[in-house]
Write a protein that binds this ligand. Structure first.
Ligand SMILES: Nc1ncnc2c1ncn2[C@@H]1O[C@H](COP(=O)(O)OP(=O)(O)OP(=O)(O)O)[C@@H](O)[C@H]1O
Length: 302
């Protein structure tokens, strides 16, 4: 459907991410919720995977377990061959800063910083980022998302789509092994959303990035090579581009049809437990905002 090129990101074909038998339960006894129930997912390097499913099916939990923002109750998560489930909190924080790029629905830019400073933030958190070369690198990253002339603007001076493109430049600047996108277009109008999705697609096709994206939007999912459907904490179906997506709206319609058929199971999801309990994402202190975006925000704010 969209132009693709085969690549392995220059890493010799080893998968970017392998999740095996991953389970995640929250709460105890009658309050127990099984958010993930034996998930197996392999992301080849240089691939773009969308995750869809009814509300409560485990999409965010999957994303958070994939990048060490949440700890699985069981199973294995390997990023670039490294087992995340055995790492301590500091090692996980470092791994996320250095090897994962994040794009969230809410952009998560720091309001006091300019676009260029926001983009440079991951380099600064890694202990560098202050030199002229790094500033030039940040401006270059902004240019690649079409915002080279807005380097000095602060988030409040940018539109939603522009802010998301700054967030994308920030996610890409460290050349991460995995880009984790949680509803990246959820707050954008359709035309702006398509622009951001095309940039994500380009990062896969031209830089060999690996993208894992949660979305509710069938059109957004058509930018991926394949779509994983979750229901009740399991991957219940996969639609792949192999053989070719149908052109234009047809692919989105097919994905939407699968979503509708899964929606019947959503009621079961709602019955899988009460709302969130005290257990928050790993490494996030009390009072931190909930969810992956909140966990990331608390990390970059330190
Ligand atoms: N910290 C938590 N404490 C208790 N239950 C949780 C927690 N986080 C998630 N859950 C439960 O786990 C299940 C899966 O949640 P998750 O957020 O992964 O679903 P989702 O598919 O991302 O949903 P949505 O599309 O509504 O964002 C839900 O039943 C949810 O209530």
């Amino acid at each position: 459907m969209r132009n693709r090129r085969d690549n392995d990101g220059g890493h010799g074909g080893a998968p970017a991410l392998v999740m095996t038998g991953v389970t995640r339960s929250y709460g105890r006894r009658r309050q127990r919720v099984r958010a993930l129930d034996g998930v197996d997912v392999t992301l080849p390097r240089g691939s773009f995977t969308a995750v869809m499913g009814p509300s409560g099916s485990g999409k965010s939990t999957l994303l958070q377990c994939a990048v060490g923002l949440d700890r699985p109750s069981g199973g294995s998560v390997r990023l670039g061959g490294d087992e995340l489930t055995r790492m301590g909190g500091r090692a996980l924080t470092r791994l996320r800063r250095e090897r994962v790029g994040f794009v969230f629905q809410s952009f998560n830019l720091l309001p006091a910083l300019t676009a260029e400073q926001n983009v440079r933030l991951p380099l600064r958190l890694a202990g560098g980022g202050a030199g002229r070369a790094d500033r030039a690198r940040a401006v270059d990253a902004l240019s690649r998302v079409g915002l080279g002339d807005r380097a000095r603007s602060r988030p409040a001076e940018l539109s939603g789509g522009q802010q998301q493109r700054v967030a994308l430049a920030r996610a890409l600047i460290t050349k991460p092994e995995l880009i984790c996108a949680d509803e990246p277009t959820g707050a954008l109008d359709p035309a702006t959303a398509e622009h951001v999705l095309a940039l994500l697609r380009t990062s896969v096709d031209t830089s060999g990035a690996t993208v894992l994206m949660v979305t509710h939007d069938p059109v957004a999912a058509t930018y991926a090579d394949r779509v994983l459907f979750l229901a009740e904490g399991r991957v219940v179906e996969e639609l792949a581009e192999t053989g070719g997506w149908e052109p234009g709206a047809a692919a989105a319609a097919r994905i939407a049809a699968r979503m509708r058929s899964l929606a019947g199971r959503a009621g079961a999801g709602a019955g899988r437990g009460a709302g969130p309990v005290a257990a928050g994402p790993a490494g996030v202190g009390p009072g931190a905002p909930a969810g992956a975006a909140g966990a990331y925000a608390s990390e970059v704010a330190v």
